[in-house]
Design a protein. Sequence first.
Length: 386
Amino acid sequence: MIEPITRRKFLGRCGRSLAACASSALFPLCTVSRPARAAAIEKGYIGRKLSPYFTQLNDQIVRCTLCPHGCEVGPGERGLCEVRENIDGQYYSLVYANPCAVHIDPIEKKPFYHVLPASRAFSIATAGCNFDCKFCQNWEISQVRPDDTYNYRLSPDQVISSALEYKSQAIASTYVEPVIFIEYMLEIGRLAKSRPLLKVMHSNGFINAKPLEDLCEVLDAACIDLKGFTEDFYQTMAEGSLGPVLNTLRSLKSRSVHTEIVNLVVPGKNDDPKQVRAMCQWIYKELGPDTPLHFSRFYPRYRLKSIPPTPVSTLEKARQMAMDEGLHFVYVGNVPEHPGGHTYCPNCRKILIRRIGYRVKLLGLNAGKCQSCGCAIAGIWQSPTS
Ligand code: SF4
C-alpha cells in the first residue's frame, strides 16, 4: 500500500519550491524530492535540445518526423504541439529537462494493474501535447506552451536520483502526451538502464515507427489510451487518428513491451456496443487475451462539461462484453471499490490482487502465478535489479 503524503510531509519536502507550486493552478499538490527541490523553478524556463526527428525541406522549412501529424514548420515557428521550434532551419525540442509536474504516484494511478502492484512511480510531465482531446483531464498543462508553465530544471540524472531517493520502483512519463518530450525520456531511459527502476509511460500512442523503435529500447511498460474505435471519434474528439495508434499497439506487442490499454468511455460518443465489441475483438486478435484493458469512467471536464459521468452500468456491460470476447483481464476504472477493479485468475477466478481505491493487496499471487491453480499471470511482477 502506498503511504499517503500528508500535508505536513508535503510542506516539509517541498521547501522553497512550494511557494511557486502552490501559487500556480498549474501545480496541483506536488511532491518533489530533494534534488528536484534544489533545482530552480522558473516560469517559462525552456530546456532546448536538438531533435533527431526532423528532415530539412526547402527555404529552411523543416518537417517533424516524430508523430503522424508531420508538421511542416517555417523558421521561428512551432509545430502543432507547441513544444518544437524551427530555429535557423534546425528543429529543437523546447521541453528537455524542464518538467512542470513532478509527483510521486501509486503505479495504479497510471493505471498499471499488472506492473509491480503497490509500488511508487516517480512521475513527470512537461507542458504540451500532440492531441487536443475535448475531455482532457490535464488541459491546464497539456494545452499550453512551456513558456506559460512553471518549470523545474531537472536533468535526467536528477530524475533518476530523485526517484531512487524516494524509493520509487519506476519512472513514469505521464499526465500529458510524453511522446512530445521523447528526447528527455530517451536520455532518462539510457542513463537508468542499469538502475533498479522500470521506465514506463502513459501515452496516446500517436508516434511514428522510428521514434517508437528508439523508445522501445528503453521502455519496460506502456499504458496506451485507445480513445475510441473509429476514425471519426479520433478526428472530432481528439484531433488525431486511430490507425497510427493501432500500429503502435502492434509494435509494442512485437517488441515485448508490457502494454495495458485504457478506454475512457464517454457517454454518447464512444459507447456504442458495436464499436466496443469491435475494439475488444481487435485487441484479442492482434494483442492477445492477456492484454489488460481498463474501461475508465468519464467525468465532465474541459470542453465536455455538459456530458454526465459514465453510468457504472455502461462500464459493467463493456467489461462483460470484453470478457465474453475472451479477454482475461478487464477492469472498471475510476469507480472506487468496484469489484471490477480487482485482478482475478482467468483460470480459477480467485482474486489475485484486491484494489480499494489505491489500497492494493496481493491476495493470491506469488511470483507471477496464481497461488491456487498455478496459472501464470501476464505482467511485470519483479523489480529490475541494479
Ligand atoms: S511532435 Fe509536434 S511538431 Fe512534431 S509532428 Fe507531432 S505535433 Fe507536429
